[in-house]
Design a protein around this ligand. Sequence first.
Ligand code: NAD
Ligand code: WQD
Length: 337
Amino acid sequence: MRVLVTGGAGYIGSHTILELMAQGHDVCVLDNYSNASPEVLTRVRALSNGTIADFKGDIRDAKTLDDIMATFRPEAVIHFAGLKAVGESQEKPLHYYDVNVSGTLTLLHAMGRVGCRRIVFSSSATVYGEPDYLPCDEAHPTRPMSVYGRSKLMVEDILKDWAAAHPAASAVILRYFNPVGAHASTRIGEDPQDIPNNLMPYIAQVAVGKRDKLTIFGDDYDTADGTGLRDYIHVVDLARAHVAALDYAARKAGARPFNIGTGQSYSVKDMVAAFSRACGKDIPTVIAGRRSGDIAAIHADATRAKDELGWTASHTLDDMTASTWAWQSANPNGYDD
Ligand code: NAD
Ligand code: WQD
């Protein structure tokens, strides 16, 4: 299939392109490089030995999208492009709604002009908010606690209305839990441009000596060791979920959300211990207060993805920490190396 990958130079997009090409799909990338390095596609091309068309441009720019639709004529779109920092979304709500929501509207209009009616959308487990029960299935109420989370839920609603209005349309909504890890080649991985917001890249930067210590946000949660529990998912498993979602979109019309997680959770202290095993060093930590907006615990019920997409995660926690360490130690300065 000809697949347009928006945000394809990003962390999850770059890993997904490799899986798509391995399955024989033709890929075209649109990215404005606001949170990615052009070096990413150079490395992805070297790893895949294949051709990747790419356009530099903004998802909100209808003219750029029309050019891509006319030249590449995608049969499906995987839509990663967007902003993802929860804290920043509270400070710049209009910017987040503009990129994440208006950007998706612009994309759907451009797809409509060439009759492209298949989309796989990057949503997030953050749409659930504080869970009422665990594991969290797709029927769980959605109560996002940030602008970022609300922007994702708004797009989910838009996609449901869009699919309802076009009987042949398919929108596969993937609610990712906590993506971590890196490609086995050590050539691509997560490369935060600023101080990492997320746990795993922060630990990796402590291990490589770029930061002194990890601050653990709260050890007074109602969990076994008092620290937060999350469902970490290897980025290569996540990438493969997109390939499965594309196959599903070709078979099934409608809009449907799927949890993409392992169904298991680990605490912050578990993650520190696992990373320490992987890199053979102590990870210094300090306990601080809870981070505003954090929940105690969440993990996925990913049964629907198994039954309907034929997808399950296969990588272990040790695969996640070992691949993160291999990437970080081979590229201490990320794509600047
Ligand atoms: P990322 O920032 O690495 O990738 C996003 C890509 O989109 C970047 O390459 C960036 O340059 C590009 N982009 C941003 N704004 C753009 C615009 N206006 N026009 C064109 N390109 C633009 O993030 P990621 O971790 O790969 O996440 C991909 C998607 O998955 C995002 O939509 C994110 O919200 C979602 N998601 C991520 C996580 C996570 O923890 N990483 C979890 C759940 C959902
Ligand atoms: C995991 C755990 C923290 C950093 C966020 C977004 C979510 C999704 C994934 C995009 C929590 C603790 C973290 C640190 C810490 N992103 N922690 N010290 O908060 O589950 O989810 O990223 O869609 O929308 O909300 O992930 O990696 O930030 O935190 O103690 O320096 O690690 O408190 O318990 P989170 P995270």
